[in-house]
Design a protein around this ligand. Structure first.
Ligand code: MEV
Length: 406
């Protein structure tokens, strides 16, 4: 893709106010975030450029850097389930829930057909309802799950349509009182798995041998595996990268977040989504996460930057896009643990944060880097420090006499 085309499309945020007004209600403007590209992402032998939308300094550089280390070990290896989402139909006050579940199972074929009739376009594209599950939740509550293959759509609208289309028949079969008809964001039939092997030499940092870094990352992983307080932050670092790709491609990050954290707590104890171990001297990582992403439909239809995000990543399917997002999440997690296990994150983070502080103090153009560099070197990264540095800089610039005109 032509870079100037990309810059033009995302330069102003990619969403004109008049269009924003058609997407949601009571619009008063738009809200821009930085759109960046992560490099070095290699998955199953194929190279990807990952678009990332995120406001936090270091995330993009750190993910690209960690992806390069992974690349040294052959890149990420990923696989994924079929893009199956779950539609839920809730019934209350079911007089005989065991019998109701049996009847639902006996009528599985009919319910699948009813569901498919409601989404003919999806069926035409090779997707559709694949099966059902009846669950007895106790005290007269029964829930029917319909497994919907959404192909390249995230699937929320399709799944909700299916849930509503079968509900009358489900009510008749169970003699219950109709409850909710909606997708589940715990899309645990739509998981992505990513693994990687990082050669120990690739992990070395300024004052740290690769072995030290590797052992530090493994200890950090074990900490997260034992402690939900740490697991939460561990997963937050992973979602820094993953969400950034989700947002840049116009996908629903709240759905992704809800599913990821519910999955992380599936054993009853909140746990890390990605774990790290030593293997034959190398560092190996493995990640499993439910991910409902789409490459068709959704905001990308009207949001120019989201459309560009999809073009940049150039994934052949929603499943492949999910693999890219998960791999970038894994890279972010590795980068964070590597930094934490060595010099800590603040040095690198503050160096980049200094630029935002310089802008907040009023620096513009090339002065942003000058002020950022100065307050970082002086250890005065604060709004006051940046204001002082900018004043000094401007005084110096103004005191230099202009060259006389010929
Ligand atoms: C900051 O956004 C993310 C980290 O806190 C993640 C972690 O602690 O692993 C650095």
């Amino acid at each position: 893709m032509d870079v100037s085309e990309l810059v033009a499309a995302v330069g102003d945020g990619g969403l004109a106010c008049e269009k924003a007004d058609k997407i949601i209600e009571n619009v008063v403007g738009t809200f821009s975030l930085p759109f960046a590209l992560a490099l070095n992402v290699q998955i199953n032998g194929q190279d990807f450029i990952a678009p990332m939308v995120v406001e936090e300094p270091s995330v993009v550089a750190a993910a690209s850097n960690a992806a390069r280390m992974v690349r040294d070990g052959g890149g990420f290896t990923a696989d994924a389930d079929e893009p199956i989402m779950i539609a839920q139909v809730q019934l209350d006050e079911v007089p005989d829930s065991v019998r109701a579940c049996t009847r639902l199972r006996q009528h599985a074929g009919e319910l699948v057909s009813l569901g498919n009739d409601a989404v003919p376009g999806l069926v035409q594209r090779g997707g559709g309802v694949r099966g059902i599950e009846a669950r007895d939740l106790g005290e007269g509550m029964v829930v029917l799950h319909l497994f919907v293959d959404c192909r390249d759509a995230m699937g929320a609208n399709l799944v909700n349509t299916v849930a509503e289309a079968v509900s009358d028949r489900v009510q008749a079969l169970t003699s219950g009182r109709m409850g909710l008809r909606i997708l589940s964001n715990l899309c645990d039939r739509r998981k992505v798995r990513v693994t990687c092997r990082v050669p120990v030499h690739a992990l070395a940092a300024d004052d740290f041998a690769g072995e030290e870094v590797r052992d530090g990352v493994v200890r950090a992983s074990r900490f997260a595996e034992r402690d939900p307080y740490r697991a939460t932050t561990h997963n937050k670092g992973l979602m820094n990268g993953l969400d950034a790709v989700v947002i840049a491609t116009g996908n629903d990050w709240r759905a992704v977040e809800a599913g990821a954290h519910a999955f992380a707590a599936r054993s009853g104890k909140y746990s890390p989504l990605c774990i790290w171990r030593e293997d034959e001297g190398d560092l190996i990582g493995s990640l499993e996460i439910p991910l409902s992403l789409g490459t068709v439909g959704g905001p990308a239809r009207v949001h120019q930057a989201a459309r560009m995000g999809l073009r940049v990543v150039d994934a052949s399917s929603a499943t492949e896009l999910a693999m890219v997002a998960a791999a970038v999440g894994m890279a972010s997690n590795l980068a964070a643990l590597r930094a934490l296990a060595t010099e800590g994150i603040q040095r690198g983070h503050m160096a980049l944060h200094a630029r935002s502080v310089a802008i907040a103090a009023g620096a513009a153009g090339a002065d942003v880097e000058r002020v950022a560099h100065r307050i970082h070197a002086q250890g005065t990264i604060s709004l006051d420090g940046a204001r002082r540095a900018l004043d000094e800089l401007l005084r110096m610039q103004n005191s230099i006499a202009p060259l006389p005109l010929e």
